[in-house]
Design a protein around this ligand. Structure first.
Ligand SMILES: CC(C)(COP(=O)(O)OP(=O)(O)OC[C@H]1O[C@@H](n2cnc3c(N)ncnc32)[C@H](O)[C@@H]1OP(=O)(O)O)[C@@H](O)C(=O)NCCC(=O)NCCS
Length: 211
């Protein structure tokens, strides 16, 4: 994710987390982009692409275009025909990657983007030497929980009355050892399945972030 993406990311954030959105302003995203402990990934595609396609074709979209190119040159021209369709962000605290947000534009859900963002998050966290990934999710958010369970997140706690808007509890979910051989074997299998299902060729790790 680059600074020029913030407006679109904030839009997705507002759509996905309407009741919580006030706390994440443009300025807070900007601060996170400047924070070496924070990492954000944006999934993007050419504008107007999806409207020309039917749902089956949508499975083939190259929305992974910029994943892993996570330290782009600052003078890079913005492609104004690009549209951000999802994003994920995490903070690295000691060896734990704490997922702050993961969201996909509502019109682009159910075509593998959220899962791709989670895969990229886990890969980037591993690359940055994290050994665990942790997150909070609303107790009622069964869709997100299904995604996390698929990737081996375990329920490790509950924060009562965590969300200010309705007093809902947060479930604390965690993968403890992302570098272990059993987790990596499972992860690679799920990733390969995902790539096959959605015909995605992620970019290679081109320019590791320099802090
Ligand atoms: C959660 C979210 C990111 C998933 O993104 P997505 O692109 O639609 O998900 P994908 O198409 O990649 O699906 C991946 C997995 O998620 C789960 N999932 C996604 N949509 C689902 C649905 N409607 N019902 C049940 N499970 C669902 C499934 O486990 C799915 O795997 P499968 O295809 O093998 O069934 C998306 O729904 C979203 O942005 N929600 C609003 C924001 C949010 O709640 N974020 C999580 C905060 S903790």
């Amino acid at each position: 994710m680059k600074e020029g993406d913030i407006a679109q990311v904030a839009e997705i954030d507002r759509e996905a987390f309407s009741s919580e959105w006030m706390s994440r302003s443009y300025a807070s995203y900007k601060r996170d982009l400047d924070n070496p402990l924070a990492s954000y990934i944006a999934a993007c595609m050419k504008k107007g692409f999806i409207s020309k396609l039917n749902q089956d074709d949508a499975q083939q979209l190259p929305w992974f275009k910029r994943l892993f190119d996570f330290n782009p040159p600052q003078n890079e021209e913005r492609d104004t025909t690009e549209c951000i369709i999802g994003f994920a962000g995490f903070w690295l605290m000691l060896k734990e990657a704490h997922i702050i947000s993961i969201a996909v534009r509502s019109d682009y859900r159910r075509i593998g983007v959220g899962e791709g963002l989670l895969i990229s998050t886990i890969e980037l966290a591993t690359h940055l030497n994290a050994t665990a990934v942790i997150l909070e999710v609303r107790a009622s958010n069964e869709i997100a929980q299904a995604l996390y369970k698929k990737y081996g997140f375990q329920l490790v706690g509950r924060r009562h009355n965590y969300y200010l808007d309705n007093g809902e509890d947060a479930l604390l979910m965690k993968i403890d050892n992302i570098t272990s051989a059993p987790f990596q074997a499972c992860f690679q299998q799920l990733k390969n399945l995902h790539v096959r299902k959605h015909s995605i060729v992620p970019r290679q790790l081109l320019r590791p972030r320099v802090n």
